[in-house]
Design a protein. Sequence first.
Lengths: 99, 482, 593
Amino acid sequence: MPTTAYLLLGAFLFALGAAGVVTRSNALSMLVSVELMLNAVNLTFVASARRFAELDGVIVAFFVIAVAAAEVAVGLAIVVDIARRHVSVDVDKASDLAG
Amino acid sequence: MVARGRHRSGTLTTLQIILIPLVAAAACALRVGRFAGIVAVTSGILEAVLVVALAVARGTNGIPTERFPWAGPLTQYAFGADGFGLVLLVLTGVLFAVGAAASAGTPRPRTYYALWCLTQAAVTGVFLAQDLVLFFVFWEAMLIPIALLIWLWGGGDARGAALRFLLATMVGSALLLTGIVSVVVARGTSDLAALVLRPLPDADQTILALFFVGAFAVKLPLFPLHAWLPRAYLAAPTPVAAVLSGVVAKTAVYGLIHLCLPLFPTGMARLAPILVALAAIGTLYGAFVATRQRDTRRIIAFSSLSHLNLIGLGVFSASAATTQGALVASVSHGLVVCALFLLAAFLAERVGGWSLADIGGVAASAPVLSGFFALAISTAIAVPGTSGFAGEFLILAATYARFPGAAVVATLVVVLSAVYGLGLLRRAFHGPPKGPARRDLGARERLLVAPLLVLALLIGVAPRLVSDRVPGASADRAEVTR
Amino acid sequence: MTLWLVVLLPISGAVVLAVAGGRLTRRLHGVIGAGSIALSFGAVLSMATAGRGEGLRATLGPWLPIAGGDLALAIDRTGMPLALMVTGVAALIAVYSIGYLGTDSGTQRYFATLDLFVAAMLLIVLGANLAVVFAGWELVGLCSYLLIGHWRERPAAAAAAVKAFVVNRAGDAAFLVGLFAILAERRTLALDDLGGLSILTSALLLCGALAKSAQFPLHIWLPDAMEGPTPVSALIHAATMVTAGVVLLLRLGGALAPEVLAAAAGLGAFTALGAALAALAQTDLKRVLAWSTISQLGLMFVGAGIGAVFATLFHLLAHAFFKATLFLGAGSVMHATGNEQDLRRLGALGPRLRWTAPAFAAGALGLAALPPASGFFSKEAIAAAALDRPLLAVAVLATGALSALYAARLFALVFVAPAGSAVIRGAHESPRLMLVPLVALALPALGFGALVAVGGISLGVPATEGAPLALTLGAAGLALAGAGLGLLRYRRGPFELLPAGFGRAALAGFGADRALVRGGSWLVGTIAAALDRGVEATLQWSLDAVGRLILRTGARSQRLESGFVRSYEAYLLAGAVLLLAWWSLGVGTGAAR
């Protein structure tokens, strides 16, 4: 398969994830969208690694997976705290830092 | 340059001069209690006396620059003064002392006097700084204490006045900082003496001069950048207004003479026609508007604007003779405006307000107040024998040689100043007495104002005491190359 | 050093009175005031009798840091006679003032200012450079302001004082610019080095002289200056300060451009005639004398303008004597009648004031230029010098005739005509302190002219040849005719000689005063209002606008801080995309090169 296809798929998934982050108001949905973006980036890295026959892209993908996992853990902790304060996970309502 | 000043005692004399007000400020802030006022007065007197003693002991016109490297290439301790700065330092000491003495009875005295001495220290630093960065530090340091003094102890719209004062001055400071940074980057040093030896290329000088002049023009204030002045003078407590007009405005004069002219001779020469025109217009403008005022403070404020613009005229004409005139006029204006503000305050206490509308005939019951006021007004309107005349005559005569049109326009101020000055006297003091008999000046009040007027007369009869401190007509600074 | 003593004596009198006068009695004020002037007169007299005069110089010390800016005095050809006159007349008037002021509470101020005035006038007469002359010039203006407004509680006096000072200042502004021009051209203000000055410079200096000597159009302050005490009017507004303009023209002499001198003569003639007509219509005792002074000064300007130094100096001195006599006599009349100044209410005072009346008559004879009073010889000298300029000569002679007419009218209405009201019933002669100086001045008013004419007194300037007999007879005839007409018409009481409309116009000085004052106030007021309400308001608004702009920008930027997480994300994303695009495109083009 031509690498371009993988890259396009990666771009499409990234755009989907970005759109999701900006459009969704549910904090958990935003986290899922962020995960989608990270996975899209992984796909791009692996495809590039395959194309140039370098292992660097694969190694970076491992890093990204690890960081994504850590980020989800921290993000969920924050979401739980917001839920406790505002009794909902709607991000729009968490605008205490306005002004 | 690791050049420690070599003196018999081995101490840095300029440090002593700066330390006096700083120590006084600290003392006022700490537990000096009731004596804060006396400390402040003493700091002023000490500073003036010390500077005079230094100059007399050396027999020179100035204090040699003392340099000491500090913490890196752009920070150094470089303080000194030429003749111009020397005279202004003495004026600072005298006026701050008188103002402090006149501030007796203010609420929260310790904080007030601490801020007062801080202002004095900052102004002293401006006059002593021989390094661009140091100059800027002290220039900025002046602002906050004054703004606080106006805001917290002032009357009327004190907050608005202080904010506008800060806003206008800060815009100027931004320009100054930009200019200073450009110069330092271009030449790699901020030491004034070194910079003067290697002037910048002509093409850059004009725009840089404009930046520097912008800052000083707002502070002077040069017409039309004076909008902050009436509000500030009216809102500030009387001693603060006296010092603001008498001394702080002179830091702008000093900056122009000490920084702009030596650093950017060609640039200033190119800007001279427009600046001279603005100064001449400003001289008349202040006088015209003063004729319409019926509030004593507003009359003094616009009269001050007129005088400061006249001094600016002398500065921008940039010849040695006009510089001499500007120095004499600066000293004269400082003395007179302080005297006028104090006398106006005494009058206002007695008639219950600053308005001239419903008062009259005060001379009948308070002849000494009337006499002092008349003498102060005579100095302000340049009657020969007073320092006012000496300064005005020297500036106008020397400006006529280079910019005759501007000189002629500015000379018309003698007529207008008579109108507003004598008009003030007539409305307040002459005519049938209105209202109850007023108390005349007490001993303390006379003691506050008399030295100022005596000095004004002394300089009027012997202006060379002041003008000889700067080089005479044979040595010109920024020649207009025609 | 004696030369500087002449000036320093009155100054020390002024200083002593100003500083320590509060503790002294009123009598002492007068003694110190008059005494210091008398001592000064003594000093001048001793120099004169010792034969030291023209050419004497004395420098007190440096003053202004310019060439010719030192405190230096020098006696030129006019210095000695003028110094003698100024100190002598001032001393007599000071003594008179002691009696005139009586129980006035302002004697400290009065005598201090009087002393300062004398010193300043001497600076004008004796100054060696224009800086010192100008200092004296402005200081006499200041003293005039202080003395006109001596009775501070009278609004009319306060207003007249300000008017005098401001009008003088207008002339001084021109004078100043003239000084700047001289300094720029000649690099020095010393009087002995002045060569030919340009027309512009000369014209500027002339403007100064016009204001100080109350010539058209800057004469408007003098009639109002009569609000001051009468001795002040005698000294300042007759004998000394107003003559400063003439003194300046005499001292500058040939340095002024001939066109400007001709203009001075022309203006002088015009003023002399106009003021004489105005004097004829006045109903106030002192105002007649004020307009008369303006007129006589005009004659002096004619003399100075045509270069007749001797004649002008002669008339200046003679006028000082007879005008001072007239003013002091008027003061005596006012003292006798409880300050009545209206001519229509006076009259029949001749028999009651047995000393004042003859003294006044002596002054009136001098004014009318009837031989052998001094005015006759001095006016004839000017007319003689003007003979080659027929227009000027006619003006001089016509003024002479009119002067005789109004002088006689004045004398008749006050002393001869039947009483105009009841005020004269209690009229009594003045105290000796007032009478002695009055009579002392009346004597030279009568005899000075004759003495000079026969060569008994030298004025230090070479005397010109005598006038042709025709002129002498003509002038005498005109004077006799005028005086006779006046006496005959007015000995029966107030009678309007001039047609009604013209008379009213003349009374008001032909509207010059109103026009200038209204025009001046309108001009200054309009400009000031335009600047205050227009420019100042706009500038305040712009400062506030800058402040409001900053606040508004801050408020708008604040909207970015919405606390809205999704918008933060959107900004992040947009920024990242832009950066990436810029970087990749930039790198792309870079790599392609």
